[in-house]
Design a protein around this ligand. Structure first.
Ligand code: BJ8
Length: 382
């Protein structure tokens, strides 16, 4: 079904423009950083006068390239991302437009698969790894992460030759907060019944969040919200669904597409391509480094332990969005999200909110089976 929201075209048309912009920047000597995770603060990259582009892979065609070096039984996001880098660096023909634009990768110590992949990635492209405490709740963890962020700031200064000043950081924190506030506005509109936009459309927009420049992205979101506020949505009458779990990188829209084809109405996503990226703002009144460390350690990723805040957030979102069922999405072999499902399921059960667990890869061989299970789930909760 074609969307009636004209503003979505801004995001569709933005790809070529952004690639051209990044090429131009590189010709002028501006450094471009490739990232894979929410834990790497854009604010520090921009404060150093560099640009950034997301490298998370959602494509299937780069996976066979990765499987020549990596085990097959690891998460498809890792394989797809790694395959895109290897293919681009070894003169392959898959034409990833992102990798050739990148001077350096800034990676992060999150799940085991990513950490070990980054060690090999360094053979193809310079890779800096930001370390993370795994138990984020303590004072010690905060101090450690603060020192890691300062080290990262120094790395960016050496890369760009620019100083990461407190003023520049404050400016970037304000800018990133502005984006987050706009995303709150967008997601607030989705609480309506029926919501004025489909979940699969929001996902495609969110997949551009770390690809477009902040200005481009904000312009698009702002116009989209204006239009949504004055649009009478098509009648969408199916059960209200939340998707929770692993991120869905660009190219991967399989599960939301199936849910909507079957009549489900996706109203919110608890994921890194959903609320996790923007829900919490950075405190603008504190020392900027400390404020960044505090806020980034609050990201409720399943790589952290314990991760009570994620469980609480899911229950809270389910209530706020009047959700009738949660589709818990795990990428195949992602143990962190897969195991954490049990705690999420128990918490939701207490609130009488049913959960459907789907574990999948980027292929299409399980589409029919997922469709059957989604159908049965929607029928049960309708
Ligand atoms: S903050 S979710 S972007 S680590 S799906 S590669 S965890 S095996 S992507 Fe993530 Fe940062 Fe956390 Fe978000 Fe590993 Fe799981 Fe694969 Fe994952």
């Amino acid at each position: 079904m074609l969307s009636t929201l004209q503003s979505l075209d801004i995001f569709k048309d933005s790809y070529e423009l952004r690639i051209a912009e990044l090429k131009e920047e590189r010709e002028k000597g501006i450094k471009v950083v490739g990232t894979f995770c929410l834990y790497v603060p854009d604010e520090i990259i921009f404060a150093a006068g560099a640009d950034r582009i997301v490298l998370c892979g959602g494509r299937t065609d780069t996976i066979p390239v990765a499987e020549q070096s990596l085990p097959r039984n690891i998460c498809p996001l890792i394989k797809s991302s790694f395959g895109a880098v290897v293919d681009a660096c070894c003169g392959g023909n898959l034409a990833c437009s992102h990798v050739p634009l990148v001077d350096v990768v800034v990676a992060e110590a999150t799940c085991d698969g990513k950490k070990k992949m980054y060690e090999i990635l360094h053979d193809y492209i310079p890779t800096y790894v930001l370390d993370l405490p795994q138990k984020p709740g303590s004072h010690e963890a905060l101090n450690y992460f603060l020192s890691e962020l300062r080290k990262f700031g120094k790395f960016m200064e050496d890369l760009t030759g620019n100083v990461v000043s407190n003023n520049a950081l404050r400016r970037e924190i304000r800018s990133a907060n502005e984006t987050k506030r706009l995303l709150h506005r967008l997601f607030e509109l989705r609480r309506r019944d029926p919501p004025p936009i489909r979940g699969s459309e929001v996902l495609r927009v969110m997949q551009k969040q770390f690809f477009l420049s902040p200005d481009q992205f904000r312009q698009g979101i702002s116009q989209l919200c204006d239009e949504m506020e004055h649009t009478t949505p098509d009648a969408r009458t199916g059960p209200r669904i939340m998707i929770s779990g692993c991120p869905m990188a660009a190219g991967n829209t399989k599960v939301p597409d199936i849910i909507e084809q079957k009549g489900g109405v996706i109203v919110v996503e608890e994921s890194c391509t959903g609320t996790r990226s923007f829900w919490d703002l950075v405190d603008e009144d504190k020392d900027p480094w400390k404020a960044l460390a505090e806020r980034y350690l609050e990201i409720p990723c399943a790589c952290m332990t314990p991760n009570d805040q994620r469980v609480a957030r899911i229950v809270d979102l389910a209530k706020q969005y009047n959700v009738q069922g949660v589709v818990y999405y795990t990428l195949q072999f992602c143990h962190a999200y897969n195991i954490e499902r049990l705690r999420v399921q128990r918490a939701l059960k207490k609130e009488k909110i049913p959960l459907l667990a789907i574990e999948s890869d980027y292929g299409d061989s399980d589409m029919e089976q997922i469709g059957i299970r989604v159908d049965a789930f929607l029928e049960m909760i309708a």
